[in-house]
Design a protein around this ligand. Structure first.
Ligand SMILES: Cc1cc2nc3c(=O)[nH]c(=O)nc-3n(C[C@H](O)[C@H](O)[C@H](O)COP(=O)(O)OP(=O)(O)OC[C@H]3O[C@@H](n4cnc5c(N)ncnc54)[C@H](O)[C@@H]3O)c2cc1C
Ligand code: FES
Length: 290
């Protein structure tokens, strides 16, 4: 059995492919969803895993960029043939990607990283800040029993309810809220300027939700680091398990360069640097040294 902490594992198990762009659409302010035809990756990828995306033929940026699986796309026979990626335009790669259209190509390798571990609880609470909602769409689909992922497809026990606490600067930055609702997710919105939902921070929305008394629940969180730290504290205060998906900048994505390390506690209470690309990006929130 190969070791996912070694780069060789990815040489054996991850696929590199040139993927055709099936569509590239704007969802919200500076936020796009690109659909990429890559059956070998789509068939294997799990919620919380990511791909490295490189612009075909580009030497600037030279390195690929990590992007989370948003969801897979099925063909008429039910086979996963494409992946959807939702991305925020922040720099060179994402601004060039936003200019590509149907028929264009990009280079992809994946699936990479560990993904969200299956856990059986009655409720799943997903907390997203900014573009941090991207790893949660496939997770919600899986936990609600709408879809299965992986090859062989993994078994996950269904939850009764999935709630997304989704915080953004303003209404214009919120992406795909209706799509989350359409698959059965209860969405609680907050915006910093009060243009939609709660006027304030997503941690305030989460605080209210937790105060309403959740017992058999677990949290997952993705977004800016101070937000994830606060959510980890809120989960610990009410004794609920919480996993965070870190968005540490990455160079290789397969464990070679150590550019992506985070400080993670071991079982003795000491901490060590762990590579987010191979030991994460999903970590038990209690183990992170913020
Ligand atoms: C596992 C993982 C999954 C990710 N999934 C998504 C996703 O689904 N959608 C999405 O939009 N983004 C995601 N990201 C973040 C994405 O990889 C970066 O935004 C990427 O660097 C953008 O490339 P760029 O060339 O456009 O910008 P760059 O030129 O790389 O960066 C532009 C600016 O953003 C800063 N920056 C870059 N990366 C980060 C980071 N991770 N955290 C804070 N600041 C950063 C840089 O310092 C620079 O100032 C993910 C990151 C990781 C590690
Ligand atoms: S990105 Fe190179 S070791 Fe993680």
């Amino acid at each position: 059995m190969s070791n996912p902490l070694h780069a060789q594992h990815y040489a054996d198990h991850a696929h590199q492919c040139r993927a055709a762009i099936l569509e590239n659409v704007c969802l919200a302010e500076s936020t796009y969803r690109v659909r990429l035809h890559c059956p070998a990756i789509a068939a294997r990828i799990l919620p919380g895993q990511f791909v490295m995306l490189h612009l075909t033929g580009a030497d600037d940026p030279l390195l690929g960029r990590p992007l989370a699986l948003y969801d897979t796309v099925l063909d008429a026979s039910g086979a996963a043939v494409a992946v959807d990626i939702v991305y925020l335009v922040v720099g060179k790669m994402t601004s060039r990607l936003a200019q590509l259209s149907t028929g264009g190509q990009v280079d992809l390798w994946g699936p990479l990283g560990n993904g969200f571990p299956p856990q059986s609880t009655r409720h799943l609470i997903m907390v997203a800040g900014g573009i941090g909602q991207t790893p949660f769409r496939a997770l919600a689909q899986e936990c609600l029993g709408n879809r299965r992922y992986g090859d062989p497809q993994r078994e996950v026990s269904q939850v009764e309810r999935v709630t997304l606490c989704y915080g953004a600067r303003s209404e214009g930055s919120l992406a795909d809220v209706e799509q989350f609702e359409a698959i059965g997710v209860v969405v609680n919105i907050s915006t910093e300027d009060g243009s939609r939902g709660h006027h304030g921070l997503v941690t305030e929305v989460l605080g209210k939700l937790l105060a309403s008394g959740f017992q058999d629940a677990r949290l997952v969180c993705c977004g800016p680091e101070p937000m994830m730290e606060a959510v980890a504290g809120q989960a610990a205060a009410v004794g609920l398990p919480c996993h965070v998906s870190l968005e540490t900048p990455m160079a290789c994505g397969i464990g070679i360069c150590f550019s992506c390390v985070a400080r993670v506690r071991d079982k003795d209470g000491d901490w060590d640097y762990k590579r987010t690309c191979v030991e994460g990006p999903v970590f038990d929130a209690e183990k992170i040294v913020w």
